[in-house]
Design a protein around this ligand. Sequence first.
Ligand SMILES: [Zn+2]
Length: 265
Amino acid sequence: MAFLAVFSPTPGWPQELPIFDAHIHYSQPDWSVYPPEAALAILDQAGVWWAMVSSTPDDGTLRLFDKAPDRVVPILRPYRTRNDMGTWTGDPSILSYVESRLRRGIYRGIGEFHLAAGEAGSAVVRGFVQLAIRHGIFLHAHTDDVAVEELLRLDPKARVLWAHAGMSAGPDTVGRLLDRYPNLSVELALRSDVAPGGQLDPAWQSLFLRHPERFMVGTDTWVTSQWDRLPDIQAGIRAWLRQLPREVAEQLAFKNAARLNGKTH
Ligand SMILES: [Zn+2]
Protein backbone atom coordinates (compact mmCIF):
# COMPACT_ATOMS: atom_id res chain seq x y z
CA MET A 1 0.00 0.00 0.00
CA ALA A 2 1.45 3.34 -1.02
CA PHE A 3 0.24 4.99 2.12
CA LEU A 4 3.45 6.70 3.10
CA ALA A 5 4.62 7.43 -0.42
CA VAL A 6 3.44 11.02 -0.11
CA PHE A 7 6.02 11.61 2.57
CA SER A 8 9.61 11.90 1.45
CA PRO A 9 11.78 13.22 4.25
CA THR A 10 14.10 16.04 3.38
CA PRO A 11 17.44 16.02 5.15
CA GLY A 12 17.73 18.46 8.01
CA TRP A 13 16.57 18.70 11.57
CA PRO A 14 14.58 20.24 13.13
CA GLN A 15 11.93 19.91 10.49
CA GLU A 16 8.20 19.76 10.59
CA LEU A 17 7.35 16.14 11.27
CA PRO A 18 4.17 14.69 9.82
CA ILE A 19 2.04 13.31 12.63
CA PHE A 20 -0.04 10.13 12.62
CA ASP A 21 -2.41 10.83 15.50
CA ALA A 22 -3.25 7.55 17.24
CA HIS A 23 -6.18 8.85 19.28
CA ILE A 24 -8.88 10.94 17.60
CA HIS A 25 -12.62 10.80 18.26
CA TYR A 26 -15.25 12.47 16.10
CA SER A 27 -18.27 11.89 18.29
CA GLN A 28 -21.80 13.21 17.97
CA PRO A 29 -21.35 16.51 19.89
CA ASP A 30 -18.50 17.42 17.49
CA TRP A 31 -20.52 17.10 14.30
CA SER A 32 -22.49 20.35 14.43
CA VAL A 33 -19.53 22.41 15.70
CA TYR A 34 -17.04 20.97 13.22
CA PRO A 35 -18.53 19.40 10.09
CA PRO A 36 -16.13 16.92 8.44
CA GLU A 37 -14.43 19.56 6.27
CA ALA A 38 -13.80 21.73 9.34
CA ALA A 39 -12.47 18.83 11.39
CA LEU A 40 -10.10 17.89 8.55
CA ALA A 41 -8.99 21.54 8.31
CA ILE A 42 -8.00 21.39 12.00
CA LEU A 43 -5.93 18.27 11.29
CA ASP A 44 -4.26 20.21 8.43
CA GLN A 45 -3.51 23.11 10.72
CA ALA A 46 -2.05 20.76 13.34
CA GLY A 47 0.17 18.94 10.83
CA VAL A 48 -1.73 15.70 11.42
CA TRP A 49 -1.40 13.88 8.12
CA TRP A 50 -3.15 10.68 9.23
CA ALA A 51 -5.36 9.78 12.17
CA MET A 52 -6.83 6.72 13.80
CA VAL A 53 -10.41 7.73 14.40
CA SER A 54 -13.07 6.16 16.61
CA SER A 55 -16.37 7.78 17.50
CA THR A 56 -19.54 7.43 19.54
CA PRO A 57 -21.53 6.50 17.56
CA ASP A 58 -19.33 4.95 14.88
CA ASP A 59 -21.08 6.94 12.13
CA GLY A 60 -18.81 9.88 13.03
CA THR A 61 -15.81 7.84 11.97
CA LEU A 62 -17.51 6.94 8.68
CA ARG A 63 -18.28 10.61 7.99
CA LEU A 64 -14.63 11.57 8.26
CA PHE A 65 -13.48 8.45 6.43
CA ASP A 66 -15.81 9.19 3.50
CA LYS A 67 -14.20 12.61 3.08
CA ALA A 68 -10.59 11.49 3.54
CA PRO A 69 -10.14 7.74 3.04
CA ASP A 70 -6.36 8.00 2.57
CA ARG A 71 -5.99 9.89 5.77
CA VAL A 72 -8.50 8.51 8.24
CA VAL A 73 -7.90 5.02 9.64
CA PRO A 74 -11.24 3.77 10.98
CA ILE A 75 -11.18 2.13 14.40
CA LEU A 76 -14.47 0.57 15.46
CA ARG A 77 -15.77 2.08 18.67
CA PRO A 78 -18.06 -0.48 20.35
CA TYR A 79 -20.24 2.19 21.99
CA ARG A 80 -23.51 2.87 20.18
CA THR A 81 -24.21 5.62 22.72
CA ARG A 82 -22.21 6.98 25.66
CA ASN A 83 -24.34 4.81 27.95
CA ASP A 84 -22.64 1.70 26.56
CA MET A 85 -19.33 2.85 28.05
CA GLY A 86 -20.16 1.58 31.54
CA THR A 87 -22.04 -1.60 30.63
CA TRP A 88 -20.55 -3.01 27.43
CA THR A 89 -18.49 -5.85 28.96
CA GLY A 90 -21.68 -7.50 30.21
CA ASP A 91 -23.79 -6.83 27.12
CA PRO A 92 -23.73 -9.60 24.46
CA SER A 93 -25.51 -7.33 21.96
CA ILE A 94 -22.28 -5.28 21.78
CA LEU A 95 -20.42 -8.29 20.46
CA SER A 96 -22.93 -8.91 17.67
CA TYR A 97 -22.96 -5.18 16.87
CA VAL A 98 -19.17 -5.13 16.49
CA GLU A 99 -19.13 -8.39 14.55
CA SER A 100 -21.66 -7.11 12.01
CA ARG A 101 -20.04 -3.70 11.71
CA LEU A 102 -16.63 -5.30 11.00
CA ARG A 103 -18.10 -6.81 7.83
CA ARG A 104 -17.55 -3.43 6.18
CA GLY A 105 -13.91 -4.46 6.05
CA ILE A 106 -12.54 -0.95 6.58
CA TYR A 107 -11.56 -1.08 10.25
CA ARG A 108 -7.98 -1.51 11.46
CA GLY A 109 -8.86 -1.85 15.14
CA ILE A 110 -11.59 -2.27 17.75
CA GLY A 111 -11.73 0.52 20.33
CA GLU A 112 -11.10 2.70 22.04
CA PHE A 113 -12.88 0.82 24.83
CA HIS A 114 -12.59 1.14 28.60
CA LEU A 115 -11.74 -1.92 30.62
CA ALA A 116 -11.37 -2.26 34.38
CA ALA A 117 -9.36 -4.90 36.24
CA GLY A 118 -11.33 -8.14 36.48
CA GLU A 119 -13.38 -7.54 33.32
CA ALA A 120 -11.10 -9.13 30.71
CA GLY A 121 -12.57 -12.59 31.26
CA SER A 122 -16.06 -11.58 30.11
CA ALA A 123 -17.50 -13.24 27.03
CA VAL A 124 -17.68 -9.91 25.19
CA VAL A 125 -14.00 -9.10 25.77
CA ARG A 126 -12.96 -12.63 24.79
CA GLY A 127 -15.10 -12.23 21.69
CA PHE A 128 -13.34 -8.96 20.81
CA VAL A 129 -9.97 -10.68 21.11
CA GLN A 130 -10.99 -13.48 18.76
CA LEU A 131 -12.57 -11.06 16.26
CA ALA A 132 -9.42 -8.93 16.25
CA ILE A 133 -7.21 -11.95 15.62
CA ARG A 134 -9.50 -13.26 12.88
CA HIS A 135 -9.59 -9.87 11.11
CA GLY A 136 -5.88 -9.16 11.63
CA ILE A 137 -6.65 -5.93 13.50
CA PHE A 138 -5.72 -4.60 16.95
CA LEU A 139 -7.51 -3.65 20.18
CA HIS A 140 -7.30 -0.06 21.42
CA ALA A 141 -7.77 -0.35 25.17
CA HIS A 142 -8.07 2.32 27.85
CA THR A 143 -7.08 0.33 30.94
CA ASP A 144 -4.71 0.41 33.86
CA ASP A 145 -1.62 -1.78 34.00
CA VAL A 146 -3.43 -4.68 35.71
CA ALA A 147 -6.26 -4.86 33.17
CA VAL A 148 -3.99 -4.48 30.13
CA GLU A 149 -1.99 -7.47 31.31
CA GLU A 150 -5.19 -9.48 31.81
CA LEU A 151 -6.20 -8.56 28.26
CA LEU A 152 -2.80 -9.49 26.80
CA ARG A 153 -2.88 -12.84 28.58
CA LEU A 154 -6.14 -13.89 26.95
CA ASP A 155 -4.33 -14.75 23.73
CA PRO A 156 -0.68 -14.08 22.84
CA LYS A 157 -1.72 -13.47 19.22
CA ALA A 158 -3.83 -10.41 20.15
CA ARG A 159 -2.25 -7.05 19.32
CA VAL A 160 -3.07 -4.34 21.84
CA LEU A 161 -2.62 -0.57 21.60
CA TRP A 162 -2.57 0.72 25.17
CA ALA A 163 -4.35 4.07 25.36
CA HIS A 164 -2.63 6.86 27.30
CA ALA A 165 0.08 4.39 28.42
CA GLY A 166 -2.45 3.40 31.07
CA MET A 167 -3.03 7.08 31.95
CA SER A 168 -1.05 6.83 35.19
CA ALA A 169 1.45 4.00 34.63
CA GLY A 170 5.02 5.26 34.90
CA PRO A 171 7.90 4.43 32.55
CA ASP A 172 9.07 1.52 34.75
CA THR A 173 5.71 -0.23 34.57
CA VAL A 174 5.28 0.50 30.86
CA GLY A 175 8.79 -0.77 30.17
CA ARG A 176 8.22 -3.99 32.11
CA LEU A 177 5.04 -4.72 30.10
CA LEU A 178 6.75 -3.91 26.77
CA ASP A 179 9.56 -6.30 27.67
CA ARG A 180 7.11 -9.07 28.48
CA TYR A 181 4.49 -8.65 25.72
CA PRO A 182 5.80 -8.25 22.17
CA ASN A 183 2.31 -7.50 20.79
CA LEU A 184 1.82 -4.46 23.02
CA SER A 185 2.06 -0.93 21.58
CA VAL A 186 1.56 2.24 23.57
CA GLU A 187 0.09 5.64 22.70
CA LEU A 188 0.79 8.74 24.72
CA ALA A 189 -2.34 10.89 24.43
CA LEU A 190 -2.88 13.19 27.43
CA ARG A 191 0.42 12.15 29.07
CA SER A 192 1.76 15.56 30.08
CA ASP A 193 4.31 13.83 32.35
CA VAL A 194 6.26 12.77 29.24
CA ALA A 195 7.59 16.32 28.86
CA PRO A 196 6.71 18.49 31.85
CA GLY A 197 7.22 22.13 30.97
CA GLY A 198 8.21 21.06 27.46
CA GLN A 199 11.32 19.20 28.62
CA LEU A 200 11.42 15.49 27.81
CA ASP A 201 11.48 13.48 31.02
CA PRO A 202 14.72 11.42 31.22
CA ALA A 203 13.00 8.16 32.25
CA TRP A 204 10.52 8.37 29.37
CA GLN A 205 13.32 9.36 27.01
CA SER A 206 15.38 6.31 27.85
CA LEU A 207 12.33 4.07 27.47
CA PHE A 208 11.64 5.54 23.99
CA LEU A 209 15.25 4.82 23.05
CA ARG A 210 15.01 1.27 24.45
CA HIS A 211 11.70 0.51 22.66
CA PRO A 212 11.58 2.95 19.71
CA GLU A 213 9.20 0.74 17.73
CA ARG A 214 6.44 0.53 20.34
CA PHE A 215 5.28 4.13 21.00
CA MET A 216 3.06 6.55 19.13
CA VAL A 217 1.61 9.98 19.80
CA GLY A 218 -2.01 11.07 20.00
CA THR A 219 -4.35 13.84 21.07
CA ASP A 220 -7.62 12.26 22.33
CA THR A 221 -10.44 14.57 21.22
CA TRP A 222 -12.68 13.24 23.98
CA VAL A 223 -14.65 16.52 24.15
CA THR A 224 -15.23 19.04 21.38
CA SER A 225 -12.98 21.61 23.05
CA GLN A 226 -10.01 19.28 22.44
CA TRP A 227 -10.51 19.92 18.71
CA ASP A 228 -9.94 23.66 19.42
CA ARG A 229 -6.70 22.81 21.20
CA LEU A 230 -5.46 20.20 18.73
CA PRO A 231 -2.92 22.42 16.89
CA ASP A 232 -1.43 23.59 20.21
CA ILE A 233 -1.32 20.06 21.59
CA GLN A 234 0.49 18.83 18.48
CA ALA A 235 2.92 21.76 18.64
CA GLY A 236 3.74 20.67 22.20
CA ILE A 237 4.27 17.06 21.08
CA ARG A 238 6.59 18.19 18.25
CA ALA A 239 8.61 20.20 20.77
CA TRP A 240 9.51 17.11 22.79
CA LEU A 241 9.87 14.87 19.72
CA ARG A 242 12.65 17.23 18.59
CA GLN A 243 14.58 16.30 21.73
CA LEU A 244 14.91 12.73 20.41
CA PRO A 245 17.19 11.50 17.60
CA ARG A 246 15.45 12.17 14.27
CA GLU A 247 14.92 8.49 13.43
CA VAL A 248 13.29 7.79 16.81
CA ALA A 249 11.15 10.93 16.53
CA GLU A 250 9.90 9.75 13.12
CA GLN A 251 9.04 6.34 14.58
CA LEU A 252 6.93 7.91 17.34
CA ALA A 253 5.45 10.60 15.08
CA PHE A 254 4.12 8.35 12.32
CA LYS A 255 6.10 5.25 11.39
CA ASN A 256 4.97 3.03 14.26
CA ALA A 257 1.33 3.98 13.76
CA ALA A 258 1.60 3.29 10.04
CA ARG A 259 3.07 -0.14 10.73
CA LEU A 260 0.42 -1.01 13.32
CA ASN A 261 -2.25 -0.19 10.78
CA GLY A 262 -0.60 -2.17 8.00
CA LYS A 263 -0.08 1.04 6.06
CA THR A 264 3.58 0.71 5.20
CA HIS A 265 4.89 -0.75 2.01
ZN1 LIG B 1 -10.22 8.41 23.89
